[in-house]
Design a binder for this molecule. Structure first.
Ligand SMILES: Cc1c2[nH]c(c1CCC(=O)O)Cc1[nH]c(c(CCC(=O)O)c1C)Cc1[nH]c(c(CCC(=O)O)c1C)Cc1[nH]c(c(C)c1CCC(=O)O)C2
Length: 442
């Protein structure tokens, strides 16, 4: 698939915006443009990743967490194509991966460890508040209503693909949408974030939580189907909040700095904690399944606040639940990205939960992340969002470093180390995408 084909399908509105920013000579020297990525098939990845005996995986699968489910087993099959016939059979006939629309896109190639024509790039929170066209279509519409209006969610998802020519769309939604659809009273308060009417702190409160029904997810399927139709051969990445991050909002009743209450609860009342995390894992898995069934070509599990946990608590109280969510979509064979912030100490444990690609935040150089993961895992990241407003000289010097660091990994999907800040000048992102595409073109 050629990149030009992608562009023409999207009726891109701003071709004149795509200029390469001026570069100092030194920028060209830092990244070797011709360095081929070491090809890694899904098979070798799964062999490398998933051969650790359960007994060596730490407390989550051994003695430490009596009530945590065991980590799921992973296949060790050799030499198979991107998707096996069995996996393809789980996807609808017109799914972009089955119809071969997105399977060879630069994004899917890099997410599956294969070489690509340029290094693909997308940005967490690329759709949303940084874009004037977003503010225009959202005017007067509360956030959760926007997420649950399929045509609007689809339009918002496609906006940054049109404008920036990123290599994937990220579905416009929120991590609290599954709980909202299940019937939990949650709202998004502007400038604050998700707030629940009733925090969930006791075993009884956990047991009173409504179960998410598959039919509750129909607005999501509809929005994803409309989005995929508009995106053509640009893949859509679906997502869900990971059990810890979602449960942290539920226990706190809203955003918090240190997530003290959920971290206390896992020790003080492990039975209630594990039931809550299991509920969050099931709803996350269902949310991801609905998005894949409706056409998402990859998914990302956001454990944005996992960095507040030490490794041993992560392994004991969280890892198996994240594994459940990831395992609920394993049969489809779509790449599963796992991302958190402040996770330097957690990367191997997050990978063991069953991810195919690890998202790295801006605190850790990609070569160091690659070493922690034994050089076996495609990486995503990790431009520091702060640099987007630091002037182009600083930004591009940093981006060159990130691209050079990414050479260490089996493959590299360029992203930020966390979401696009709301105050970002959109032109900075558009120019950055053009720069990365040109600099890494093979
Ligand atoms: C922190 C937060 C949440 N939910 C919200 C906040 C922000 C509070 C604020 O700053 O006003 C509310 C929210 N979430 C989103 C919006 C829309 C407008 C925007 O801010 O861009 C709004 C107003 C989009 C979103 N929120 C999310 C997505 C999907 C992922 C993506 O686009 O990368 C979108 C479009 C996912 C989300 N949602 C949440 C988390 C922790 C995550 C995971 C990603 C992350 O760590 O930032 C909870």
């Amino acid at each position: 698939m050629g990149d030009a084909g992608t562009k023409s399908r999207h009726e891109l509105r701003c071709p004149s915006l795509l200029r390469k920013p001026s570069l100092g000579k030194s920028h060209h020297d830092i990244v070797s443009q011709k360095r081929p990525h070491k090809p890694v098939t899904l098979d070798t990845m799964s062999e490398n990743q998933h051969t650790t005996p359960a007994s060596e995986k730490g407390p989550a699968s051994a003695q430490g967490a009596a009530q945590a489910p065991a980590l799921p087993a992973h296949p060790t099959d050799t030499q198979r194509p991107l998707l096996t016939d069995e996996q393809l059979a789980h996807l609808s006939a017109n799914h972009p991966l089955r119809a071969d629309t997105t399977a060879d896109s630069p994004m899917l190639r890099a997410l599956t460890g294969r070489p690509s024509s340029h290094r693909p790039v997308w940005f967490m929170r690329q759709a949303g508040r940084s874009l004037p066209e977003y503010r225009q279509v959202r005017e007067g519409i509360p956030m959760l209503d926007a997420c649950l209006t399929p045509d609007l969610a689809a339009e918002i998802t496609v906006q940054p693909v049109r404008r920036h020519k990123v290599d994937a769309g990220i579905f416009f939604s929120d991590i609290v949408i599954p709980m909202k659809l299940a019937g939990v009273n949650v709202d998004i308060v502007p400038g604050k974030g998700p707030v629940l009417d009733q925090p969930v702190r006791t075993l009884d409160e956990v047991r009173d939580l409504p179960e998410l029904k598959d039919s509750d997810l129909d607005p999501i399927r509809e929005a994803v189907a409309a989005t995929v139709e508009m995106l053509g051969d640009t893949p859509l990445i679906g997502f869900a909040g990971a059990p810890f991050t979602v449960a942290a909002y539920m226990v706190e009743g809203g955003p918090s700095r240190d997530h003290l209450r959920p971290r206390t609860m896992m020790h003080a009342d492990p039975a209630a904690w594990h039931e809550l995390a299991a509920w969050a894992a099931r709803t996350a898995g269902q949310f991801l399944r609905a998005q894949i069934e409706a056409g998402a070509s990859a998914v990302q599990l956001f454990d944005s606040w996992a960095g507040s946990l030490g490794e041993s608590d992560y392994r004991r109280y969280v890892q198996a639940h994240s594994a459940t969510a990831l395992d609920m979509v394993r049969e489809y064979g779509v790449p599963r990205i796992h991302f958190g912030t402040g996770t330097t100490a957690l990367l191997p444990a997050m990978h063991e939960a069953g991810a195919d690609v690890i998202g790295v935040d801006y605190r850790l150089p990609l070569s160091a992340a690659n070493t922690l993961l034994n050089g076996a895992v495609p990486l995503q990241g990790n431009i520091d969002p702060a640099l987007l407003a630091a002037g182009s000289e600083n930004l591009y010097a940093h981006v060159d470093e990130v691209l050079a660091e990414g050479n260490a990994a089996p493959s590299h999907v360029v992203n930020l180390g966390h979401g696009v800040p709301p105050t970002t000048d959109p032109q900075v992102l558009t120019d950055l995408v053009a720069y990365i595409h040109e600099k890494t073109a093979n």
